[in-house]
Design a protein around this ligand. Structure first.
Ligand code: UD1
Length: 418
């Protein structure tokens, strides 16, 4: 197993090319199950999670080939309909095969995800939504067994809380259902817009893209797609926050500045200079880190997937900062590790109260989940001395080549065998 070693204190200078978004690649890969023929996906990041998703599809009879960041996927010989516990326990997003398998085969058996490091994270919205479309679901031995008699039937689905993968599963089921489905209080994350574009290019009829009300008129047949994965806004945001912590200036290319409205506002309040162009961002720091308050919210609010990273920055702020996590319970696993590096952070329910320090110190720390690991990297880059981060497989789930990208812009960061 690898660990990441960082010698902190270097500012970042140069250019980084942003990879395709993990959270768009995963649903778009599963959407290829919806129709036979060769699908082509461009700008696909090479991550542990995208590999896991391809392994899951392979176990269903799918074949694929990868050339650079282009993936070609074919599900002509679909043979199975089960996502086993072994896969789902390593990646919750495996649940995204539920909608497309029901649409294509009328049958799906998917393991329940169970608990994970950032809370209980149930899939009851997925189950209730599919039931509304006429799917017969039973729960047995830790699996959801789902079956449709003939064809799913359109209906109105209302989410109590906007769910990202829930909305995606409903879309992929509803596109071939009989009649019209209306998804109310739908999530509006840009990755869902990417999926809508793919489905429409396959012949689906969907209105309301990027809004909280999606209207899907079912069609009988879909055709294969060719589409590019949107840039990863969380990777982009992670580098922007890193510049705040280390100082310096970076140009991020192949990204979409329009997808980070709330982060830009926060980082400008912190004191960063951010200039957005069409598909690039230039960020520069003058060294000051003003403490700001942050509350995570569904898109376009501040993303929960960038909460841990900005906490590392606030640990170096000039005053007090309150960070409220409203999306997931138990998403403060990074706090104990940041404290080991000298951060002054107190947890009170869903809030973290951070009293900024002039300096953090390198330490041996442990990655606990994907975004928590990114916050430890940021803290390590800014800290005095050496930081060693173990369990970096969490980081590999969602960051494409992170250590190399950072070392190319001046960071002293490398991987070592543990
Ligand atoms: C997706 C993202 C993840 C991100 C999260 C929130 C992917 C692959 N993952 O996860 O990176 O952190 O959105 O932006 O896109 N909920 C229920 N019942 C359900 C579904 C969700 O109660 O059936 C709750 C969750 O516990 C959470 C909230 O709804 O409190 C939102 O979760 P959701 O948007 O579903 O997260 P994911 O789609 O799993």
């Amino acid at each position: 197993m690898d660990k990441i070693v960082i010698e902190g204190g270097k500012s970042l200078h140069g250019e980084i090319r942003i990879s395709g978004a993990k959270n768009a690649a995963l649903p778009l890969i599963t959407a290829t199950l919806l129709s036979p023929g060769w699908h082509t996906l461009h700008n696909v990041p090479d991550l542990r999670d995208t590999r896991t998703m391809l392994a899951l599809l392979e176990s269903l009879g799918v074949v694929w080939e990868r050339q650079g960041d282009t993936l070609r996927i074919n599900s002509d010989k679909l043979a199975g309909y089960e996502a086993s516990y072994n896969l789902v326990k390593t990646m919750r997003a495996s649940v995204l095969v539920l909608g497309p398998l029901l649409a294509r085969m009328g049958r799906a058996r998917v393991s329940l995800p169970g608990g994970c490091a950032i809370g209980a994270r149930p899939i009851d919205f997925h189950i209730k939504g599919l039931e509304k479309l006429g799917v017969n679901l039973t729960l047995e031995q830790g699996y959801v067994d789902a079956q449709v008699k003939e064809r799913m039937e359109g209906n109105t689905i209302y989410f109590d809380i906007p769910s990202v993968t829930g909305t995606e599963n409903m879309l992929m089921a509803a596109v071939v259902a009989k009649g019209t489905t209306v998804i109310k209080n739908a999530a509006r994350e840009p990755e869902i817009g990417n999926l809508v574009d793919m489905l429409v290019s396959m012949g689906a009829r969907i209105e309301g893209k990027d809004s909280d009300k999606l209207i899907v008129h079912g069609v009988e047949e879909l055709k294969p797609a060719e589409i590019a994965i949107i840039p990863d806004r969380i990777e982009t945001g992670t580098f922007l926050v890193a510049v705040g912590a280390t100082g310096g200036e970076l140009t991020l290319t192949n990204c979409n500045p329009a997808h980070l409205p709330s982060l830009f506002e926060k980082l400008r309040a912190v004191g960063l200079d951010i200039e957005a162009q069409d598909d690039a961002i230039r960020v520069a720091s003058n060294g000051s880190i003003r403490s700001v308050d942050v509350k995570t919210m569904p898109y376009p609010g501040y993303p929960t997937d960038l909460q841990a990273q900005i906490m590392a920055l606030m640990a170096l702020g000039n005053g007090l900062s309150v960070i409220v996590e409203t999306i997931f319970e138990n998403r403060f696993m990074h706090v104990a590790e940041l404290r080991r590096m000298g951060a002054d952070i107190r947890i009170d329910g869903h809030s973290a109260i951070i009293s900024g320090k002039e300096r953090l110190y390198g330490a041996q720390v442990m990655a606990t989940d994907l975004r928590a690991s990114a916050s430890l990297v940021i803290a390590g880059l800014a800290a005095e001395g050496k930081t060693e981060i173990s369990r970096v497989y969490h980081l590999d789930r969602g960051y494409d080549d992170l250590a190399n990208k950072l070392s190319n812009v001046g960071a002293r960061i490398w991987r070592e065998k543990e």
